[in-house]
Design a protein around this ligand. Structure first.
Ligand code: TLP
Length: 353
């Protein structure tokens, strides 16, 4: 019998549903660079409406969405304020500088949330020496902080500072639906205070490909040109858009289940001798935990887990990240916890190495 793999590396590993595959097969197609793919047009207007913005643009990935958006909000040489461990700064190959010509101005958040006072302090005055700071970018939920939420009130406070100083507020909302479901509130409550944003159709919403950028008409028009410049103009992209429509209509509410499983996992981990979990940051579908008290690096622990069929990612020397998603059931969490307990026991009793 094949060994069962419990893949907790990321919600990016989710596969499309049967209904999505059927929708791909039957999607009405056209050339989207000419604006003629009816399925893309339908998805973009549905997305704009759900997010409460004028217009939307389908792009290939979250990374492309962030780059297209930042470039569309700025001119070369501008400064962008963002969280020190934000995805844009940490995981996007430096694209904002290498391609966008932008200067990152990083500030440390509190559990991923930026303090308006720190933003205020980071905005440099107009001076011939300084890059002009034109955008504040927040990440919601915040990946490296452990899936933490910036609440609608916190976004409003950030937006007030940005507006007062004439800056645009952009949100990397790759997992914004996780935030909305966790707080049991309409996603528009998160989007109404930002000028523009992106969210991912892949990840928890289970689409095979795609992210969406939303904002006002002028911004999205510019974003469409920048996407084309980056080689992201797609032709019969309806095959990507078709599952996106299903994702927006049917896959959001089930994120609740991922959050329940993440909590179950975190509570179980917290009981294991030598593992530390900060329960304050367990807010959505990401669980970050510290294995340093076991006397092993996260890399070693992740490797030992993988040999027993439980996949995760090292997040730092001491931290490991696990992510729940469609396809991970309560039973998988229980099995994963049993494996983790076993390995932690072996490590503690020096039965390994
Ligand atoms: N994050 C991936 C990895 O790149 C780390 C993951 O497994 O979590 N913004 C945020 C907040 C993200 O978490 C990600 C993906 C992206 C943007 C980029 O999306 P993709 O992978 O579609 O380029």
């Amino acid at each position: 019998m094949e060994k069962e793999i419990i893949d907790l590396r990321s919600d990016t590993v989710t596969l499309p549903t049967e209904e999505m595959l059927e929708a791909i097969k039957h999607a009405k197609l056209g050339d989207d660079v000419f604006g003629e793919d009816p399925t893309v047009n339908e998805l973009e207007s549905l997305a704009a409406q759900k997010m409460g913005k004028d217009a939307a643009l389908l792009v290939t990935s979250g990374t492309q969405a962030n780059l297209v958006s930042l470039v569309s909000n700025t001119k070369r040489g501008d400064g962008v304020i963002l969280e020190a461990e934000s995805h844009v700064f940490y995981y996007e190959v430096g694209g904002l500088s290498a391609i966008g010509g932008l200067v990152p101005i990083t500030i440390k958040g509190n559990m991923g949330v930026l303090d308006p006072k720190d933003i205020e302090a980071a905005i440099r005055p107009k001076d011939i020496h300084f890059p002009e700071t034109t955008v504040v970018a927040i990440e919601n939920t915040h990946n490296r902080a452990g899936g933490t939420i910036t609440t609608p009130d916190q976004i409003r406070a950030i937006s007030e500072v940005a507006k007062a100083r004439g800056l645009k507020l952009y949100m990397d909302g790759a997992r914004i639906f996780n935030a909305a479901v966790a707080l049991k509130t309409d996603v528009k409550n998160f989007t109404k205070h930002v000028d523009n944003m992106m969210f991912c159709l892949s990840k928890g919403l289970s689409c095979p490909v795609g992210s969406i950028v939303v904002g006002d008409h002028q911004f999205v028009e510019r974003a469409r040109r920048v996407r084309k410049m980056l080689g992201g103009g797609m032709r019969q992209a309806g095959i990507i858009a078709a599952p996106g429509i299903i994702a927006l209509e049917k896959m959001v509410d089930r994120l609740e289940e991922d959050h329940r499983n993440a909590r179950l996992l975190a509570e179980g981990l917290a009981k294991v001798n030598g593992i530390k979990v900060d329960m304050r940051i367990v807010q959505t579908n990401i669980v970050k935990f510290d294995v340093s008290d076991l006397g092993v690096t996260s890399g070693t622990f992740v490797f030992m887990l993988s040999k027993r069929g439980v996949l995760s990612l090292p997040f730092s020397e001491r931290d490991i990240r696990m992510v729940t998603h469609r396809g991970i059931e309560k039973e998988h969490i229980e099995k994963a916890l049993a494996v983790i307990e076993d390995i932690a026991y072996d490590v503690r009793s020096k039965k390994v190495n």
